[in-house]
Design a protein around this ligand. Structure first.
Ligand code: B12
Ligand code: SF4
Ligand code: SF4
Length: 383
């Protein structure tokens, strides 16, 4: 059934620079229903998932008479070719790899559009299609797994044979009944490295995750970050790659196939102090094309402050004091208050006096709580 066309699509996909392609039916993903419901009920979801369960499970709820789904994967780099300059006075943060180069949503959308145009030009049928990547209704890993692109590892990610899990995935629902590809068996075997190395122990063991504990999620929230997670992010200000970096299937995987995905040092390893006082305009200019800027500048600035404390950059203290005095955003001020107390090496009477002064004018509960905690911490330090 449409085998010639399928073979032509596979060949065209390679020419278009699509690294991997697979086909599956448009049958419902009913086997996922119980897990998705249980995860939501347990409070293990992030809120970034598509919220209408039926639309996640039944392709015919989001497309008129779907006949197949084409899954695609684009491999991304895991190592930077340019290295950030090492300067102890200019400590840098990092973005996780899924935010290197241009936002992958645009790159995958372009590839899927080109592929759809190829299909349109090569069939007599009236071709209908719906592409999606990340923000669509379907679970991208579930589609890709069923389309034979790889297996879902204990880290919950799609692991491909050729590129490990360092792939972005997208899919196109179509009205053409292509023959499905056979799924790949899970190959984790006895390995549990991703579970063992995950700092907040967010992975549940069977490919599921408590997203609320995942550092990737924690770096993308807009409120205060719970104290437990602050040291765990180290200097990573967006996302987390640990459960991928420790995976044996990712060893030696570092694809540089797409110029648009190449990271720029100043973008993805920014000088932390330089992020604290940038304007909205400058933020857009410097970080606007990254996937990691989708939540705006506040979470990244909050994370940069946390990172400064984590890397023990005491040269940041004057700037942090300025932020505490002048920044109007309670989350930023409260995080900076925590950071100066973390960075203080002794009880520091001048700092205590400064914080006491702040207490007089503080009206927001986050700031008040942070001041109290910081003063308690300072008092417990030796003179
Ligand atoms: C919400 C979301 C997040 C949340 C929650 C993640 C999660 N695992 O649920 C947060 C913010 C934490 C997150 C983090 C990351 N994400 Co994210 N995320 C998504 C998003 C939008 C939805 C995921 C979702 O529906 N979760 C709900 C859970 C309950 O469902 P599920 O994961 O789809 O399915 C699970 C079960 O149903 C079950 N299951 C389903 N089918 C099957 C079949 C079999 C055989 C088995 C055994 C199990 C099984 O296991 C699955 C794994 O948990 C997807 C895009 C999309 N539309 O699918 C990207 C997506 C999963 N993320 C992606 C990436 C790259 C990441 C990060 C690596 C980014 C980073 N560097 O920080 C981290 C990795 C964290 C991790 N270990 O999962 C990629 C993954 C690519 C890949 N190779 O798999 C995706 C697919 C985006 C994309 N299109 O490329 N993400
Ligand atoms: S992304 Fe980081 S925090 Fe999230 S599951 Fe993986 S190792 Fe754990
Ligand atoms: S680290 Fe081990 S358990 Fe985790 S996904 Fe990779 S192979 Fe599977």
């Amino acid at each position: 059934m449409y085998d010639d066309l399928k073979q032509k699509i596979i060949a065209a996909s390679a020419e278009l620079g699509i690294d991997k392609i697979g086909f599956t039916t448009a049958a419902p993903f009913t086997e996922m229903a119980a897990s998705l419901q249980a995860q939501k009920a347990a409070g293990h979801t992030s809120g970034f998932e598509h919220q209408v369960l039926a639309e996640r499970l039944y392709p015919d709820q989001i497309f008129d008479q779907p006949q197949s789904i084409i899954a695609i994967a684009l491999a991304y780099p895991s190592k930077m070719q340019q290295k950030a300059p090492r300067d102890r006075k200019q400590r840098r943060g990092t973005f996780a790899r899924a935010s290197w180069g241009e936002d992958y949503h645009f790159i995958l959308r372009d590839k899927m559009q080109q592929l759809a145009e190829f299909i349109e030009a090569n069939t007599e049928l009236e071709f209908r299609f719906k592409p999606m990547v990340d923000t669509g209704e379907l679970s991208d890993v579930a589609v890709a797994q069923r389309a034979g692109m790889g297996f879902i590892g204990r880290n919950g990610l799609l692991v491909t044979e050729e590129f490990g899990s360092f792939v972005y995935i997208g899919e196109i629902i179509t009205n053409i009944p292509f023959a499905p590809d056979p799924p790949v068996e899970n190959q984790c075997g006895t390995c549990t490295r991703c579970i063992d190395y995950c700092p907040p122990q967010a992975l549940l063991g069977d490919g599921r995750l408590n997203a609320q504990r995942c550092l990737s999620y924690q770096t993308q929230t807009k409120g205060m970050m719970a104290e437990e997670f602050r040291p765990q992010i180290r200097s990573v200000i967006y996302g987390c790659d640990i459960c991928q970096l420790v995976c044996p299937f990712n060893r030696g995987k570092d694809a540089h196939h797409h110029a648009r995905m190449e990271p720029e040092v100043e973008e993805v390893t920014p000088v932390l102090q330089s992020m604290l006082t940038i304007s909205n305009k400058e933020f857009k200019q410097r970080f606007g094309r990254l996937a990691g800027s989708w939540r705006g500048k506040k979470p990244l600035q909050r994370n940069a402050i946390i990172a400064l404390a984590n890397v023990k950059d005491r040269s940041a203290v004057p700037l942090l004091l300025e932020v505490i005095e002048n920044d109007p955003r309670p989350v930023i001020r409260a995080t900076a208050i925590w950071a100066v107390a973390e960075l203080a090496q002794h009880a520091d009477p001048a700092l205590q006096a400064f914080l006491h002064e702040q207490q007089i004018t503080a009206t927001d509960s986050e700031v008040q709580q942070a001041l109290l905690a910081a003063l308690t911490k300072l008092q417990s330090k030796k003179d």
